[in-house]
Write a protein that binds this ligand. Structure first.
Ligand SMILES: Cc1ncc(C[n+]2csc(CCOP(=O)(O)OP(=O)(O)O)c2C)c(N)n1
Ligand SMILES: [Mg+2]
Length: 551
């Protein structure tokens, strides 16, 4: 075709991006991004067509989190971009390296015209534009670098007239310079070593920035006797370790909360130490020394008072501190004892914490449901959780094999992202069963992407904790006697909705109803299953009261 002979900027951008390593692109195609999308796929990228740009954005974000690759989203101008904004805000707040390619109508009289750069800025994304054919290669390279190297979510607007112009020459694929993460400065290493050497009850809190630091943190913790914990987004990092406390914060088990608040030294590694991780500071003892290690100086002390802030990569810093302690011949049991190990083995999982099951005719207790699912599901699994009252049940009762097995798109606290989160994760890890745990509100908000999941033939189990309500609001306002008619709904047959999209579907009202799930798990699992679990509604989840303190 003549188009191929004289590539346009649209084609050159798509080709260069695919050559740079954009393997999987999520989006919804309209006229404005048609050519760039086809150029991406012609050059070897896979395009995953979502049904709503909001879904596509979240899929790209989740894909990036699980695969470690750059997330790439491609949308139409104007409404294509506004539809994607919630997902872009979530990615930007989570520092997901993501490139959003959006066509752009730059003539103010166009129906599609909006101030796209202002929109990006408003949610914390970085606005960039391909300004002209002459600068296209360099504009793309700058946007790519900011996304990949600075871990930012970047909107690269592609004006329609510039897209249509002839590209001056084929572009070189953009490259992001490899950065070698560096440890903290020597005096900070010494200060950290001093603190660890004198601590009697040290606890490590590892966040997203420490997900590459597992081995180094475990080795350091062994030298100083620290107990190991994570923020919610890094859940699974220390799975299987005898001194793993699992998640710190609202989701912490009673025994974990007891040990964390009993620490005399807390060290946050690549961890914001925000209100979720510290239970609004309640898990930080008044006399506890707090140290925070982070690559980003702005993160230090942003949420929590700290005694020492250390700028550095978690893995490199942990290695340097361990070497320093080794030089000093320091090796202490610290917080570790046979008794602690034994208590953690006995009470360290929510599944081991006794509870009084709620009884309601035709409904299943969400804890009983979650524990039964945990027994049924294969260990190799990815768990994606939406937001709502229900969220603590799957987040804490379903075991995950490692941090890639837990995808928590909750930095913006939006409901309705869970299904698309699961789809993006499933595309990244087709070797694992993906579980989307949703409330009925979030499920119905994001339901259009069930078609995407069916079309892609994903190995996906969708579990809807269906209380026929915005349970979070019901439990927030109900006890004070407020009317609840705007947050309670008539029953919806969500299993039937699933079947309508081409999924297997089952309604679960009692444990025995899960036999259909067991059968589906046996295979071939070539179409997703939707479980409409009618859950008991009497009481709020244990973490909700805590979460409401943030509003
Ligand atoms: C996009 C968006 N709209 C509204 C809210 C406020 N909100 C938080 S939880 C919730 C209810 C969610 O209902 P559901 O998914 O059924 O979960 P449940 O709380 O019932 O367990 C709502 C409306 C939000 N967080 N995000
Ligand atoms: Mg609900």
């Amino acid at each position: 075709m003549s188009e191929a002979a004289v590539p346009t900027v649209a084609q050159a951008v798509g080709t260069a991006l695919a050559r740079a390593g954009a393997r999987t692109v999520f989006g919804v195609v309209g006229s404005g991004n048609f050519l760039v999308t086809n150029a991406l796929t012609a050059a070897g990228a896979r395009f995953v067509a979502a049904r709503h740009e909001g879904g596509a954005a979240v899929m790209a974000d989740a894909y990036a989190r699980v695969s470690g690759e750059l997330g790439v989203l491609c949308v139409h101008q104007g409404p294509g971009l506004t539809n994607a904004m919630t997902g872009i805000a979530e990615a930007a707040k989570s520092r997901t390296p993501m490139l959003v390619l959006a066509a752009e109508a730059t003539a103010p009289r166009s129906n599609f015209y909006i101030d796209q750069a202002a929109l990006a800025r408003a949610v914390g994304a970085v606005p960039e534009r391909v300004n002209s054919a002459a600068t296209a290669a360099e504009d793309l390279a700058r946007a790519y670098r900011t996304a990949a190297s600075d871990r930012r979510t970047v909107l690269l607007s592609l004006p329609l007239d510039v897209q249509a112009a002839a590209a001056p020459a084929p572009f070189d694929p953009p490259a992001s310079p490899a950065t070698t993460p560096s440890a903290a400065e020597p005096d900070a290493i010494l200060a950290l070593a001093d603190a660890l050497a004198t601590a009697e009850r040290p606890v490590f809190l590892a966040g997203r920035g420490a997900r590459n630091a597992k081995t180094d943190l475990i080795q350091l913790s062994e030298r100083c006797g620290a107990l190991l914990s994570t923020s919610a987004v890094s859940r699974g990092l220390f799975r299987g370790h005898p001194f793993n406390l699992d998640v710190s914060g609202g989701f912490a088990t009673p025994v974990a909360a007891e040990y964390i608040s009993g620490a005399d030294l807390l060290v946050g590694w690549g961890c914001a130490l925000n209100m979720w991780t510290t239970r609004h500071g309640a898990l930080v003892g008044a006399r506890t020394t707090v140290i925070q290690v982070d690559l980003d100086p702005d993160a230090l002390g942003a949420h929590q008072r700290i005694d020492l802030g250390v700028v550095g990569d978690s893995a490199a810093t942990a290695r340097a501190v361990a070497a320093e302690l080794e030089n000093r011949g320091h090796h202490a049991a610290g917080y570790r004892s046979a008794k602690v190990a034994e208590r953690l083995a006995r009470e360290g999982r929510w599944r081991d914490v006794p509870y009084e099951p709620q009884a309601e005719a035709g409904r299943i207790d969400p804890r009983a449901l979650s524990a039964a699912l945990d027994d049924l599901l294969p260990a190799q699994r990815t768990v994606a959780v939406d937001s709502g009252n229900f969220m603590g049940y799957p987040a804490m009762y379903l075991d995950v094999p490692d941090p890639d097995g837990f995808v928590f798109t909750q930095a913006f606290q939006s409901i309705g992202l869970g299904l698309s989160t699961a789809i993006g994760a499933a595309v990244a890890r087709p070797d694992r069963l993906t579980v989307a745990a949703l409330g009925d509100g979030g499920a119905l908000m994001g339901v259009s992407e069930l078609e995407t999941a069916v079309r892609l033939g994903l190995d996906l189990l969708v579990v809807v904790y269906d209380d026929e309500a915005y349970g979070a609001e019901v439990h927030h306002f109900g006890p004070a006697g407020h009317p609840l008619e705007h947050v309670t709904f008539p029953p919806v047959d969500i299993a039937d909705i699933g079947r309508g999209f081409g999924c297997a579907g089952v309604t679960v009202r009692a444990r025995d109803d899960l036999s259909s799930v067991a059968e589906w798990l046996l295979g071939p699992r070539d179409r997703p299953m939707v479980v409409d679990a009618k859950v008991t509604r009497a009481a709020p989840s244990w973490w909700l009261a805590e979460a409401f303190r943030g509003h």
